[in-house]
Design a protein. Structure first.
Length: 397
């Protein structure tokens, strides 16, 4: 199918809603979003379909609405989502050259073996994305694939992103119930990473995204998505600690942390909570500094686990720019504390990142499907293919 000849459908699945985006490609395979609609959703959580009937009913209604608007019947769709069990695995293969040239056949042999090993050892997993993350010739890091160069020893690292195969089968079943065929799944963290690169011109960076009940840590090196970890705890830990230690209910606590700025300890010294915050419970003399110290202790612990003591990230990588995204609005008055307690990276290199617009996510995903990504090891369905594209086409087609 020539994607330039017809409208293309993208579906972003989230816990409480879903977005349907329709777009077209120009002659250069640039994607333009024509329509975008957000609809309510249910029966879906973090990449897992919990109630396929409820979820498919919502999708059918949304699809019918969009097809009427665009006067087009869709036969396939690309899905953007996140998976709670998303796993990144780095694997390395090598070839002894003994002074000879590195040939495309050598690279194809390495990659085919690596992919075969992952498939054989992870039978219950599905490969969502696959990236070239490191090329080394004679133990020297090379930025681009060194085909045609002479050497003694070549090493090639790939990063696989996997999810449970049943998650993908269930998404396929969901689309089938709506007479749609699955074209491709795009991990939302990858799409948003592309947006970070395009917006900030940073090809190497780390990102920490803090939700109420989870934390995502991810890393891009030279535009290659090379690390992801989902921690099953979030900002709720901070609030629960304050609530428990200070004997404050959550309603009162939410009012307090949204009123006071806890980013500067000097402004809190010798100050105590006002009577007005104790509408629903008896008044107690609680210092703001005490609340600050309770939050600080938990923030330090969280930062140590997800970043400071995270051995999956080298110290050199930790020094790179870091983007911090706070999905829980309650954290805005603790943001500076979080930043100051992230080791290795300087404060000047830590940037706050706001939520991306849905249209931007659709645009990044559309460009990805149309043109591919420079470090992604997937065959690009273009007439003119690069060497690496042809290698992967021979492996995956």
């Amino acid at each position: 199918m020539d994607i330039k000849l017809e409208k293309n459908l993208f579906i972003e699945l989230r816990d409480n809603d879903l977005t349907l985006g329709v777009g077209e490609y120009d002659d250069e395979l640039n994607f333009k979003v024509l329509e975008k609609e957000i609809f309510k959703n249910s029966g879906y959580n973090d990449g897992e379909i919990l109630d396929i009937e409820a979820c498919s009913d919502n999708l059918k209604k949304a699809l019918e609405n969009v097809e009427k608007k665009t006067n087009f019947i869709f036969k396939q769709a690309n899905v953007i989502t996140h998976f709670s069990d998303l796993e990144s695995i780095n694997v390395c293969g090598f070839k002894k050259l003994n002074g000879n040239q590195l040939l495309s056949e050598d690279v194809a042999f390495i990659l085919n073996n690596l992919r075969k090993n992952i498939i054989e050892n992870e039978k219950d997993k599905f490969i969502l994305h696959l990236f070239n993350t490191k090329f080394e010739l004679d133990h020297k890091l090379i930025k681009n694939l060194p085909i045609g160069l002479y050497g003694q020893f070549y090493s090639h690292q790939l990063t696989f992103f996997l999810t449970n195969r049943n998650n993908v089968k269930n998404i396929e079943s969901l689309l089938n119930k709506c007479n749609l065929r699955l074209n491709r799944i795009i991990v939302k963290s990858f799409a948003e990473g592309i947006q970070t690169i395009n917006k900030n011109q940073n090809e190497t960076f780390n990102k920490i995204i803090i939700f109420k009940n989870k934390i995502h840590v991810l890393s891009f090196v030279e535009s290659s998505f090379c690390y992801f970890k989902n921690y099953k705890f979030g900002s709720d830990l901070i609030l629960k600690d304050i609530s428990k230690v200070c004997l404050l209910n959550f309603e009162t606590l939410n009012d307090i942390i949204n009123h006071y700025n806890f980013n500067n300890l000097e402004n809190l010294s010798n100050n105590f909570l006002d009577y007005k915050f104790f509408k629903n419970q008896s008044f107690r003399k609680i210092s703001l500094e005490h609340i600050f110290n309770v939050a600080l202790a938990r923030i330090e612990e969280i930062n140590n686990v997800v970043f400071n003591n995270n051995n999956s990230l080298s110290i050199e990588i930790k020094k790179k720019p870091l983007f911090l995204q706070l999905k829980d609005g309650n954290l805005k008055n603790f943001e500076n504390i979080i930043k100051k307690n992230l080791n290795y990276v300087s404060l000047d290199n830590i940037k706050s990142e706001h939520n991306f617009e849905t249209t931007d996510t659709l645009k990044a995903s559309g460009d990805l499907v149309g043109k591919g990504w420079v470090t992604e090891a997937l065959p690009l369905k273009l007439k003119k293919k690069s060497i690496i594209s042809r290698i992967f086409s021979s492996i995956f087609d």
